[in-house]
Structure formats: structure tokens, C-alpha cells
Design a protein around this ligand. Structure first.
Ligand code: PPS
Length: 290
């Protein structure tokens, strides 16, 4: 593993040193995945924090205690981050976790287990915008430069966890049968109730209409924004500078339209479409004209 400024390079992927170390990445490799584990996989800025809220609520029958008393990074830890080794053994089964890893870098035990996976994808244009503002606030990441510069870096994969297209393609080709549920951030924005129902069905959890309503209400953007266990307000200002941006920033689909010029949009779409071509991936945002 090489170090590069504020990052560790893991199989060519940039991981921030603030939250990753050689030890944490070795922990990932040797991780003993259990059959009843549940893992949400995301490319950064695609809905990780949202899943860290939704999953415990579903698995705890709508009990708000975990999401109101335990910070999201401890209640549903990242498999590859330094905190994992400290908190994983304290989780009551089924263990809930998240990861930004591409399919091929999952630990060997994952492939032989029956652990369930929820893959959340988001329109890469909105991912890029969200990431651009996150790089402005996160002092442990490189300054993103201009919007145009960051866009070029994003397309080249010189950003956290590499190319968006490589990530989504790796998980689409994943041979996991009914162990995996694919869902999009956009579907969750459009119909959160339907998305929560779909996730709870996938996890085999029966939920009354009343519990479903409670979970949906608690996972709304506005409620999560005021939950100190989920809005990153526990992180010092020197690490996440809220004068520059908020972690829970806008929570909408299509914010890219407020930031991309027509030329940037054309360039971005051309590269992404070219790289996705040949795979059978269809996303809700694909229907949009260039
Ligand atoms: S990270 O750093 O990878 O963990 O970031 P991640 O949590 O994946 O993505 C952050 C974006 O998700 C938005 N978010 C939500 N949107 C709608 N509703 C809810 N409840 C919600 N929770 C988190 C968050 O606002 C970031 O998107 P942007 O576009 O920046 O607002």
C-alpha cells in the first residue's frame, strides 16, 4: 500500500488517511463475514448515511433508540475504516455495515457467505456535485480546485474509490443471485416509503403500516438533518468545516443542473455513456436527454 499525500492507495484506489490505515485495510481483507450480515455498498456520496439510518430502523422494528443514541459510523460501520475493528464485535446480530469497496476487493469470506447486499447507485452528476462540496468542507481531503478541474478528476477516476463507472459495473456483474438488491438514490427520493418497503421485504422483515410510516418519517432529509447522531455535527469544525458546506447538504435529485454548464454536461455524459456501453445497466436518469 502506498501513501500519497492525504491518501492511502489501496489497489490503485484513493482512501483518506483520516479514516483508513494499513491495519484497517488488512482488517477488511481478513474480515470474517457471517451469513446473517447485511452490507450496504455505495460509491461515495450515493446514499451511505441514508442507509445507516434506514437499516437499523428496519431491523429494530422502528425503534428509534439506536439512531438517536449511536453515531452513524459506530452503529453501521464502514468495513474498511479504522473504527471497524473497534466496533464490529460490539454489534448485535444481524450486523449492519457499509462499504465503498468495489466487488473485486471484498474480503474472501464475503464470497462464500450468504451475507445480503444492498447496492445504492446515484446519478454520477449529482455524486460529483455532492463530492465537490464535500471536498470543500472536509479538511482531510485535497482541495477540489475549480468545478471544471474536479469534474475532470472525477471522470479520470482520480478521486476517492476510483471511477464511478468501474464501481457500478463491478457490482452489476456480481454473481450474487438473490443476495443482492439494487436500488437508486433517485428511487428513494421519489418514493421513500416504497424503497423502505422494498428493503424490508428483501431483508425478510415484516413491517406494519404504522412502523413503515414511522421509519419513513425518521429517515426524511429534514429529520436526519437535525439528528446529531447522523448529521456529522459531532465531528469537530476543524475536520468538517460547516462554514463551507453541510454534510447533509441538499438531499435532492438533479442538483447537477444548477452547476454544470451545457459543455460540461455533454463532456460528462459522453464519457460515462461510453464507459457504461456494452453493460446491461439502465438507470432512472438514463432517459434524460444530453
Ligand atoms: S459518504 O461521505 O459517502 O458517506 O456520503 P453519502 O452519505 O453516501 O452521501 C451524502 C449525500 O446523501 C445525502 N443524504 C440524503 N438525501 C436525501 N435524504 C436523506 N435522508 C439523506 N441523507 C443523506 C446528503 O445530503 C448528500 O447529498 P447532497 O447532494 O450533497 O445533499
Amino acid at each position: 500500500m502506498e501513501e500519497e499525500g492525504k491518501y492511502i492507495k489501496y489497489h490503485g484506489l484513493l482512501c483518506p488517511k483520516e479514516t483508513h490505515s494499513e491495519d484497517s485495510l488488512k482488517y477488511l481483507e481478513g474480515f470474517n463475514m457471517r451469513d446473517d450480515d447485511v452490507i450496504a455498498i455505495t460509491y461515495p456520496k450515493s446514499g451511505t448515511t441514508w442507509m445507516q439510518e434506514i437499516l437499523p430502523l428496519i431491523l429494530n422494528g422502528g425503534d428509534l433508540t439506536p439512531v438517536q443514541t449511536i453515531p452513524n459510523w459506530a452503529r453501521v460501520p464502514w468495513l474498511e475504516e479504522t473504527r471497524a475493528a473497534q466496533v464490529m464485535d460490539k454489534l448485535t446480530p444481524p450486523r449492519l455495515m457499509v462499504s465503498h469497496m468495489p466487488y473485486d476487493l471484498m474480503p474472501p469470506s464475503f464470497f462464500s457467505s450468504k451475507a445480503k447486499v444492498i447496492y445504492v447507485a446515484r446519478n454520477p452528476k449529482d455524486v460529483m456535485v455532492s463530492s465537490y462540496f464535500f471536498h470543500q468542507m472536509a479538511t482531510f481531503l485535497d482541495d477540489p480546485g475549480t468545478f471544471e478541474e474536479f469534474l475532470d478528476k472525477f471522470l479520470a477516476g482520480q478521486v476517492l474509490f476510483g471511477k464511478w463507472t468501474d464501481h457500478v459495473k463491478s457490482w452489476r456483474k456480481a454473481d450474487l443471485g438473490d443476495r443482492i438488491l439494487h436500488i437508486t438514490y433517485e428511487e428513494m427520493v421519489e418514493d421513500l416509503k416504497g424503497a423502505v418497503r422494498c428493503i424490508s421485504d428483501f431483508l425478510g422483515q415484516k413491517m406494519s403500516e404504522e412502523t413503515l410510516e414511522k421509519v419513513v418519517s425518521h429517515c426524511s432529509f429534514n429529520t436526519m438533518k437535525t439528528n446529531s447522531m447522523s448529521n456529522y455535527s459531532l465531528v469537530p469544525q476543524e475536520v468538517l468545516d460547516t462554514k463551507k458546506s453541510n454534510f447533509l447538504r441538499k438531499g435532492i435529485s438533479g442538483d447537477w443542473k444548477n452547476h454544470f454548464s451545457p459543455e460540461q454536461e455533454a463532456k460528462f455524459s459522453t464519457v460515462i455513456k461510453e464507459e457504461i456501453r456494452g453493460s446491461d445497466i439502465k438507470f432512472p436518469w438514463d432517459e434524460e436527454p444530453l
